[in-house]
Design a protein around this ligand. Sequence first.
Ligand code: PMP
Length: 395
Amino acid sequence: MIHKFTKRANAMKPSDMRIILTASEQPELISFAGGLPAPELFPMEALKKASEAVLNEDGPVSLQYSPTEGHAPLRRKTLDRMKAIGIQANLNQVMITSGSQQAIDLTGRLFLDEGDTVICESPTYLAALNVFNICNANIVDVEMDENGMLMEQLEKRLQENPHAKFIYTIPDFQNPTGRTLSLDRRKRMLELAQQYDVLILEDNPYGAIRFSGTPIPPIKHFDREGRVIYMSSFSKIFAPGLRLGWICADEVIIEKYMGFKESADMHSDGFAQRITTKYMEQNDIDLHIEKINAAYHDRCNTMLACVNQYFPEAVSCVRPEGGLFIWVELPANLNARKVSIACLENGVAVLPGDAFFATGSQQNALRLNFSNSSEERIVEGMKRIGEVLHRELRT
Ligand code: PMP
């Protein structure tokens, strides 16, 4: 076979999505590998009502082509949600996307020429790294502690890369570590971005999934000059299958995003946008989010208790205040990839942490998802991982 792939296609690496997908095809397998919300909490009855109302009230228009920037009532609702967390914007500064994944992908097209520098957390969201890699970007990473990216190291990276385009950060309950960027560091990051003239890409799909602690305003809240591109999603608070997210940025930037979105898919699913809007008109989505958060809090606590009960003592992990994941650091002599294969043989799927590093790597970490399993399955799965870890430590 003759390959005529672009440099972009050749830059694409095989991903660990395969572990996740294999897991989703085998229901008997307990999977902590993905990042899926709990399907039993999707508001099925309310969605049936909302869909019917859209078809009855809006008629064929709901199935017609629609504006690239998104359904105006949904954009207004999105603005209201952002206002509630301290982001002031107008309608022309918000665009609906097909999940926040598309927002990241369009950002790559919009800002990254080959060789351009992106600064990100280490580790960070795998599928964002994939986007930056496809753009043949130069990915520079900054280490984190329990309060997020280290600001001194960030400044050093900015000095070393004076033409960096943007800093990519996941401020709340980061994927994969569950860590949250502290208030001081949010302000400092913006200061540094101003000083070194780079943009900030604030990717915040988990912000509303807070089940303990006090909310911290997004970086965008402090932004007075349109330096922060903020993105979020309905995937974790509502339903990922509807594929709805949004970008909030300066109008000039949104205009450019629209140009690229037009080429990508013209507009996000108009029917899904109307159903989501109707759902929010007919129901209080915040009550729904409270319900999700209560369930995730219980699942997270159960998983953390199991770490204490079933894992070797030398294992450590961060207690997240929200989100979907815990990040487990194994003793240094254990290899997480080897552990994940042994876990799979023991009926449980986990994701080795090394996949989340742009450069260098940590070989002894696992990302575990707690949102997509019942507490019973969490206990059973954690027992099985514990067995593997004790066995591996003995060999
Ligand atoms: N950003 C981060 C940090 C994520 O973890 C995810 C998905 N898990 C996304 C973006 C994309 O989500 P979606 O496209 O479903 O909004």
